[in-house]
Design a protein around this ligand. Sequence first.
Ligand code: F6P
Ligand code: MG
Length: 499
Amino acid sequence: MSPSNNTVKPPKKTVLSLGNLPPKPTNLASIKPPYPYTPSRVDPNNPPWPAYRGYHQYSFAYATMGVRLPTILGKAISDTVKTLNELSSEEEIVDLIACINRMERLMKDLTSNDVLRPIIDDGEGDVPLWNKEITRFFQGKDFMSAPWVFAEAYKYRRLRECFSISKFWKDYDVFFRQKCETFSRSADAVLELSARFAVPFTLPSGLDESQKGCALKAMFMELTQICLWGNSTDLSLLINMTEEDIKRLQSTGGDHLASTEKNILGNDLSQLWDLVKSLDGGRVDFVLDNAGFELYCDMVYADYLIQSGHASVIHFHGKRLPWFVSDVTRKDWDWLLNSCVYGKLFNDASESDLVSLRLLGARWKNYVKEGKWVYEQHPFWCSGYSFWDLHTEAPDLFLHLSHSDLVFFKGDLNHRKLTYDCEAPASTSFETAIGPLASRAGAPPVCSLRTIKSDVVVGLPDDEIAERLDEEEPGWKISGKYAVVLLSDGRPGEEVIFN
Ligand code: F6P
Ligand code: MG
């Protein structure tokens, strides 16, 4: 047979006449997919609106996946090398070098955009949760093509794996040094608050009931803002922050807070107060974000809720793993409480400043002893799932939260997970954006206190605000200058209607 007989020829093109079909629209781009997807079509790779993915150059996902995460990982390696250089035991040295090698391997996978592989079984309880999600939704996906929120969380879980399969370094926190350092550079704001709250607050004498209500409300409004803006100093964004930067971000003066209220673009503060003042010895939960100064502000706020009698118990939910650089772990929680009481962090502080901090810390530690403050860390908070999946992937946690009178979610990442981190229009109501956590029977009232540091923005009165800022202030979604205080008031059983 001659070689030419072997060559496969392409089939001839068949041309069909389409003349009797409806005409093609002149503007095809005007045909939009039916967002939001119905809940049955939603899954971790297909959120209700289009996901942000690492390859989207218009999104913060691109800079984060391509530049910020390798930088953060590089700093984590330097921190571990610093620890290595302080060791004397050969066994520990050899074991830590293996951790560093694994981090270098992770760096290679990340920067060469490798496929997301399953998590190695390191005996941690969350491995099945991770590997189920990877296998069902992300087979063959890589760091840049998986939805950003999943890929970013996956990187922190892989970082944990570098240590969790070691012998001596299972609990090593590559971010611990940074977290402590930043708090010790926050002296002004920390001492300003401790001076005011060292002694339990009292209202001026001679006030009638309505005046007392006004005074409590005024204090509540200021403290909510302190708790909110405490979120603007997360370490993952401010990698090279100066002391001046920290001071500016942590300014707690009344005038400053009044002027920053206009930067709260979706503002349910009044509705929040209506809910809080109706609580009489209720239970409040905080799904925490960052350690150090933000946690300190959360504690000041939680202390107010206890002292005012609105809450009798507060549950704080932290992370089981070092997470997104600055998030609170149990070690950070203990460190902060003990540093307030015993620490020598603030060299220039006066004796009375230090006494006020000690008193505050001692009161807080007492709340813990009395069971008024409870620290918890469910594995779900360090999974790749958004909170739309909380009731299915962590039903025990959903049930636990359903007993709360109000659940605060602090910060940007929690907000991304509440809203599935997707391109919902800015005017989408908060209830619609958080899906089952607002609509499921048993869903508690949910409040997101978030300074805006990434693309997803919902709960604004209209779309025009976002459009105007897009034009006038490029970068407004990642600057931390703007915020939202959004409340879903938890009406169990009400269904949100989708298209
Ligand atoms: O890496 C991006 C990011 O996840 C953003 O969501 C945010 O800028 C930051 O990291 C974490 O912020 P927060 O500590 O407020 O969740
Ligand atoms: Mg954080």
